[in-house]
Ligand binder design. Structure first.
Ligand code: SF4
Length: 220
C-alpha cells in the first residue's frame, strides 16, 4: 500500500446540465445519438447510489448501448453484468440486477459514478474532455461525507480520481489490486470490467472479486 497526501476537492456542482456544452466533440456526438435514438437517455449520466455511502466506484464513461441508453451507470451492457453481480455478492447492492434502470436494484453503502459523464466515441474520451468533466467528479467525491474507499475502474478513472483528490500520479501508480492510502480514503485500483478486458482475460471475475473482497474486509 502506498501512502499519499491529499488536498481537498473544491468543485461546486456534481450534476452537469443535460446539455452541458463543455466538450464540443462529446456534445456533438450526444446530439447525433439523440437524433438517431430519441428514446435513449443521451445525456450526462448522473451518479447512482447512496451519497452517504462509504464506497464510491469510478468508471470511465457511459457506454453507448449501456448507461447512455438507460441513464444509469453500468446498466445495459456487459460491464454492468460483472459489476452488479460482484456488488451483490459483497453486500454493496440489494435486489436483482436486470439491466434496466427500473429493475429495483439498490446500492447499499455505495455509489457509482464516471470520470466522464457523456458517452465518448469508441469509449475513448480525450484528455481535455477528462479534464473538463473532472469538476463533476470532484464535486461527487466532496458530496460524500462518509467516503472511505474509492474503486477506480481502469487507468483513466484512476488518474482522474487522483487529480480530483489532489494527488500526484507518481505518488500512486495504477496497478490492478493496488491500494493507495490517501488519508481518510483508500483508493483501490482495478482493471475496468469491460467485455474486452474479460474476453482477453486481462481481468477475470476472480481478479475483480478480489478487489471487492479487500474493500469489504477494510470497511467491515
Ligand atoms: S463529458 Fe462532462 S464536461 Fe464534457 S460535456 Fe459531458 S458532462 Fe460536460
Amino acid at each position: 500500500m502506498t501512502t499519499i497526501s491529499t488536498t481537498s476537492c473544491t468543485a461546486s456542482s456534481e450534476n452537469p446540465d443535460r446539455n452541458c456544452p463543455l466538450c464540443p466533440r462529446l456534445a456533438g456526438f450526444r446530439a447525433d445519438a439523440r437524433a438517431r435514438e430519441p428514446d435513449w437517455f443521451n445525456a450526462p449520466v448522473p451518479s447512482f447510489g447512496d451519497p452517504l455511502g462509504r464506497l464510491l466506484i469510478v468508471g470511465l464513461a457511459p457506454g453507448m448501448q449501456g448507461a447512455n441508453r438507460t441513464g444509469r451507470p453500468f446498466t445495459g451492457d456487459y460491464a454492468g453484468d460483472l459489476l452488479y453481480a460482484t456488488l451483490l455478492e459483497y453486500g454493496f447492492a440489494t435486489g436483482a440486477y436486470q439491466a434496466r434502470p427500473d429493475d429495483g436494484l439498490r446500492l447499499f453503502d455505495c455509489r457509482i459514478s464516471n470520470a466522464v459523464r457523456c458517452v465518448p466515441p469508441q469509449n475513448k474520451p480525450l484528455p481535455v474532455e477528462i479534464n473538463s468533466c473532472r469538476p463533476f467528479l470532484s464535486a461527487t467525491i466532496a458530496a460524500m461525507p462518509q467516503l472511505r474507499a474509492i474503486v477506480a475502474l481502469g487507468r483513466v478513472a484512476h488518474e482522474s480520481t487522483l487529480k480530483a483528490l489532489g494527488i500526484r500520479s507518481s505518488a500512486a501508480p495504477f496497478s490492478h489490486g493496488a491500494v493507495h492510502d490517501a488519508g481518510a480514503v483508500q483508493l483501490h485500483d482495478s482493471y475496468h470490467c469491460s467485455r474486452y478486458n474479460t474476453n482477453t482475460r486481462v481481468l477475470t471475475p476472480e481478479m475483480f472479486r478480489s478487489v471487492f473482497a479487500r474493500v469489504r474486509a477494510d470497511l467491515g
